[in-house]
Each structure stands twice: as structure tokens, then as C-alpha cells.
Design a protein around this ligand. Structure first.
Ligand code: F6R
Length: 369
């Protein structure tokens, strides 16, 4: 049942190209426009929305953080992202014009269920992004967009996360299309970019042996830091979460721009620092700043592991280890840069002799608050 892999997690990482393709399937018509019929929210309802709030827990929350960049860019609707466990305890401002997007692989997470019930009581419409047909969260929502990752057995979410990202992009693009923002016309082009992502993920997967080797060399690491900016920041948080939950190593993700405001004090000789480099195209200013950050931590003794796009030469002099991913549009990059971090955590945990699929103290679906 593990299809020749030692762990379900490895199998599920490898299944990601397929899971992404399946999640895109049937959602684009012949003219390249999106049709999300299953959404059950009318175009009129979608045009009325003036605020979007994404709520989720853990890895799904990281998908929500990426979603904010895509939603605000493609729809120009203000978007907030909040941990579901915090949401209803702060008296959030919600009304009929607020669309709440509840992201959950299992569809049974109690913190999220309580948060979405609260949102609906305030009159907001709730759209679930979910991987489990007929589970509680989509049943209690006004609309649902299913991810088609297939069953995820390993406790740590991998293909669940990547398909959540795709679903979030689809929601953002669909809203852009319906509301006719300046991005509406370009939906077709972005959808084409999305369709090319499964093959790019496949390319990343084919080049993972050096990452696994690196992971095995770091079994004695006491702490690992992850840095990223823009959509690379949630990827850094996700990489750190994976390493904590599987390898029980202290790991933290930081927004690289925050380094000088505190975290740089943590850098010491030999500390592994994994940096998700932004695309050198588009927002090149940001790229230059991250290159400086890599330089700064390395000058203080860090062992730098840099995940960068093919063709990004600026990072080369400062990378002790370089992991290449194919070039992609800026907003879609997390679909690629997350994969080496999943492999890294999985291999490191396995090398330490831990149960990769069932890490201690964790359950696959968290049905208590
Ligand atoms: C981490 C992980 C958890 C879940 C979180 C939400 O690898 O799996 O952080 O992402 O418990 O679960 P769902 O998506 O089922 O609501």
C-alpha cells in the first residue's frame, strides 16, 4: 500500500504532481476561463464581497498566508488570514459582505469548525477548501471547493498543502474573473501557468537526492532556521513546522526582513539556515535584499542552504548548499520551493530513526479544541 516507499509521507510527496493536476482537472473550460460550478455561490453574491478572511490551522494556515498574496493581487479585495483557534475569541468584524474561506485537509478540525460556525452566526458566507468529501466542515459551509489530493495517510500534510495552494489560487482567480478586475483578462494566462506546475514539481522531485543527503548529514543539528520573504515567508514557516513535528528539532521560520530586528542574534557558527530565495524576476528588489540576508548570516558563521530558481546566479557565492527549482511566476513559487523542505524533514526524521508517518503526540485529525 506504500507503493514501494518506506513511508506514506514519501509516497504522498511523490504523488504531488498528480494531486495538483487532479485538483485543476475540469475547472477550466475550452476558452481557458475558470468554471467552479460546485462553488454554490452566485456571481452576484461574489460581487458583493468586500472583505475576505481565511481561517485555518497548522499547515493549512500556511496555505492561507500564501492565499492572501494571491487574493489581494488578483482580486484587490482586502484579505486577512487568521489562526482558526484564535479567530472567535477576539470578536472579529464580520458581516454579509465578508467571505470567510475555511481551509482544511480533513474537514474535521474542531478549532476551524467552531470558527466557521461563529462566522456564519454573524451572517458571513463560508467557503470551505477541503480534501475530504462529505466531512463536517464542507457540510456546514455555504460553498465548497474540493482539493483532489486523494487520501493523506501520513500525519504531516504534504500533498494536502500543495493542493490547498492550488485551490486558493483558483478561488482568487475566479473572484478576479467574476468581478472583472484588471486581472480578469489575465486569468487565462495564469491558468496556463498553473497547468504547467505539476510538471515542474516533477522536476523538483527528480533532483531530491542531494537534499536527502544533506538531511542525513544534519542529524545532530540542535536547531535549524528558515528564512523567506513575500510568498517565501509562509514556505519558511511550513518548512520549520515540518522539521519540528517530524524530527523534533527546534526550528523557526522568519521573514528575512525581520532578521535585523532580532533573530540575527541567534546566528552562530555552523547553524543551518535554509533560505527560500524569491524569484530574481519581477520583484528583483526583494531578491537583492534576500541575497544580502544570506550574505549576512553566512558572515556570522551560518551554514547556508539556499533554495533558488534556475538561472539565479546571484545567490551562488553565498550558498554552502544550493537547491534548484524551475523558474515559475512569483505567486506560484511555493508549489515548488515547499517540496525540498518536505523531503528534508522526512529524510532527517527517518535518519534519526523516528516514525515519519506517526510523529509523537500528534493525530491526523484534531477533533478537539
Ligand atoms: C502539519 C499538519 C497540521 C494540519 C492541521 C490542520 O503537517 O498536518 O498542522 O495542517 O492540523 O488540519 P486540517 O487541514 O485537516 O484542518
Amino acid at each position: 500500500e506504500k507503493g514501494g516507499y518506506a513511508w506514506f509521507m514519501q509516497k504522498e510527496i511523490a504523488e504531488q504532481p498528480r494531486a495538483l493536476a487532479d485538483t485543476l482537472l475540469g475547472r477550466v473550460d475550452e476558452s481557458g476561463r475558470l468554471s467552479l460550478d460546485e462553488m454554490r455561490l452566485s456571481d452576484d453574491e461574489l460581487r458583493e464581497i468586500d472583505k475576505i478572511v481565511v481561517i485555518a490551522c497548522g499547515t493549512a494556515y500556511h496555505a492561507g498566508l500564501v492565499a492572501k498574496y494571491a487574493i489581494e493581487h488578483w482580486t484587490r479585495i482586502p484579505c486577512e488570514v487568521e489562526l482558526a483557534s484564535e479567530f472567535r475569541y477576539r470578536d472579529p468584524i464580520l458581516d454579509r459582505q465578508t467571505l470567510v474561506v475555511a481551509v482544511s485537509q480533513s474537514g474535521e478540525t474542531m478549532d476551524l469548525l467552531m470558527a466557521l460556525r461563529h462566522a456564519r452566526e454573524q451572517g458571513s458566507r463560508v467557503l470551505a477548501i477541503c480534501n475530504t468529501n462529505g466531512s463536517t466542515i464542507p457540510r456546514e459551509s455555504d460553498a465548497v471547493l474540493y482539493t483532489h489530493a486523494g487520501p493523506e495517510v501520513a500525519v504531516a500534510s504534504t500533498k494536502g498543502f500543495l493542493t490547498q495552494l492550488v485551490a486558493c489560487y483558483l478561488v482568487a482567480l475566479y473572484l478576479g474573473q467574476v468581478r472583472g478586475t484588471k486581472w480578469g483578462d489575465e486569468v487565462t494566462a495564469v491558468v496556463r501557468d498553473l497547468a504547467a506546475m505539476p510538471e515542474k514539481v516533477e522536476k523538483v522531485l527528480e533532483a531530491m537526492e542531494p537534499v536527502r543527503e544533506l538531511a542525513r548529514s544534519l542529524v545532530d543539528a540542535r536547531s535549524v532556521l528558515f528564512l523567506g520573504r513575500h510568498v517565501g515567508y509562509p514556505v519558511a514557516l511550513e518548512g520549520a513546522l515540518k522539521l519540528k513535528e517530524l524530527a523534533y528539532i527546534h526550528a523557526e521560520g522568519f521573514a528575512a526582513g525581520e532578521l535585523k530586528h532580532g533573530p540575527i542574534a541567534l546566528i552562530e557558527d555552523g547553524l543551518p539556515v535554509i533560505v527560500v530565495a524569491p524569484s530574481p524576476r519581477g520583484r528583483s528588489l526583494l531578491h537583492d535584499k534576500v541575497v544580502s540576508n544570506i550574505q549576512e548570516v553566512r558572515a556570522r558563521g551560518a551554514r547556508t542552504i539556499v533554495i533558488a530558481e534556475e538561472g539565479d546566479e546571484a545567490v551562488v557565492p553565498y550558498a554552502d548548499h544550493l537547491v534548484r527549482v524551475p523558474a515559475s511566476p512569483v505567486l506560484l513559487q511555493p508549489l515548488l520551493t515547499t517540496v525540498p523542505l518536505q523531503e528534508f524533514a522526512c529524510e532527517l526524521a527517518a535518519a534519526k530513526g523516528f516514525d515519519v508517518d506517526q510523529p509523537r503526540n500528534l493525530a491526523k485529525s484534531v477533533t478537539v479544541e
